[in-house]
Design a protein around this ligand. Structure first.
Ligand code: BJW
Length: 243
C-alpha cells in the first residue's frame, strides 16, 4: 500500500526528483554491485572500477566492462522503467541515475541525468577530448584488441571510477533539481557511494520529503519519511496507480 500522505505529496509537488541506482536495473537481469551476485569472477566493483585497476591491467577491466555491455545489450527495460516514463507525464519529474546502462533512455525517459557516465561511451585514457560511441549490437569478443583512441592511447569506458570527479554538468543539474524539488524518490541504491548518496540530503535540506524504494534497509532509510520495502517495478507500478 502507498501511504496517502506520499500520494498527496506527489500530487501537490511542483517538482519530483527520482534518483536511481543499480537495484532499478536488477529486475532487467543486470546484476547490482554489492548485493548477492554482485561479484564478477572474484573481483569486487571497488577492485575494478578505479583508474589504478585500469593502469595495472586494462585487459582485465575491459573484460569486465565488455561482459557488462553484453549483459545490458541482452536485457530490456522492465515495467518499473515504463512506469517512470508515464509518471513523468503526470508530475514534473527530473530523473537522475547512477546507472551507466542506458535502460531508462531505452524505456523512453528523456533528459536523464547520468551522474556516473555511460557504458556506451568510450573516452581517451590519456585525457584527450575525443569521445566514441560503443554499439550494443557489436560488443567485441574478449580476445579482440583493446580499443584505441584517435590519438593512439587506449580508450576506456566513459564511466566515473572511484577517486574520479563526477562530470560537472550532470552534477550541477542534479543538485539544482534537488534544491528545487518537493519530493525526492530514491530507487534501488545502497546510498553509500558519494557524492550521489548526498543528493537526498541536499533535497531534504531544501525542504523536500524523501521516499525510498528498496527491498533492503540503507543508510538513507532513517532519513526517509516514506519507505516502500518492495522491488522497483512493483513499487513504481503501485505509485503510478495512485497518482
Ligand atoms: C533493489 C532491487 C530491486 C536490489 N528493486 N532495489 C565520503 C565518504 C567516504 C568516501 C567518499 C566520500 N566521498 C567520496 C568518497 C569516495 C568514493 C565513495 O563514495 N566511496 C564509498 C564506497 C564510501 N566516491 C568517489 O570516489 C566518487 N568520486 C568523488 O567523490 O570524487 C571526488 C574525489 C576525488 C578524489 C578524491 C576524493 C574525492 C566517484 C564514485 C564513482 C562510483 N563509480 C561506480 C562505478 C561506475 C561505473 C560502472 O558502473 O562500472 O558507480 S561504483 C558503483 O557504485 C557504481 C554505482 O553507480 C555506485 C552506486 O551503487 P548502487 O547503484 O547504489 O548499487 P549497489 O549495488 O550498491 O546497491 C543496489 C541496491 O539496490 C541495494 O540497496 C539493493 O538492496 C537494492 N535492490 N534489488 C529495488 N529489485
Amino acid at each position: 500500500m502507498i501511504d496517502d500522505r506520499l500520494t498527496a505529496a506527489l500530487r501537490a509537488a511542483r517538482r519530483v526528483v527520482v534518483l536511481t541506482g543499480a537495484g532499478m536495473s536488477a529486475e532487467s537481469g543486470v546484476p547490482t554491485f554489492r548485493g548477492a551476485g554482485g561479484l564478477w569472477k572474484t573481483y569486487r566493483a571497488e577492485d575494478l572500477a578505479t583508474p589504478q585497476a585500469f593502469r595495472r591491467d586494462p585487459a582485465l577491466v575491459w573484460a569486465w566492462y565488455r561482459s557488462r555491455q553484453r549483459a545490458v545489450a541482452a536485457a530490456a527495460p522492465h515495467a518499473g522503467h515504463a512506469a517512470l516514463v508515464r509518471l513523468a507525464g503526470r508530475v514534473p519529474l527530473t530523473l537522475v541515475t547512477q546507472n551507466v546502462d542506458g535502460l531508462h533512455q531505452r524505456a523512453g525517459s528523456r533528459d536523464v541525468i547520468e551522474l556516473h557516465g555511460s557504458l556506451w561511451r568510450l573516452t581517451c585514457s590519456a585525457g584527450c577530448p575525443h569521445v566514441a560511441e560503443a554499439r550494443p549490437e557489436a560488443v567485441p569478443d574478449d580476445d579482440a584488441p583493446l580499443p584505441r583512441c584517435v590519438c593512439g592511447a587506449l580508450q576506456r569506458p566513459g564511466v566515473v571510477w572511484f577517486g574520479e570527479q563526477l562530470p560537472e554538468e550532470p552534477v550541477a543539474a542534479a543538485w539544482a533539481a534537488a534544491a528545487d524539488c518537493d519530493v525526492l524518490l530514491s530507487v534501488g541504491t545502497s546510498s553509500i557511494v558519494y557524492p550521489a548518496a548526498a543528493l537526498p540530503s541536499a533535497a531534504r535540506e531544501a525542504g523536500a520529503v524523501i521516499a525510498e524504494i528498496n527491498p533492503e534497509p540503507t543508510p538513507l532509510t532513517a532519513h526517509a519519511e516514506f519507505v516502500l520495502r518492495a522491488p522497483a517495478a512493483e513499487a513504481l507500478m503501485r505509485l503510478e496507480v495512485v497518482l
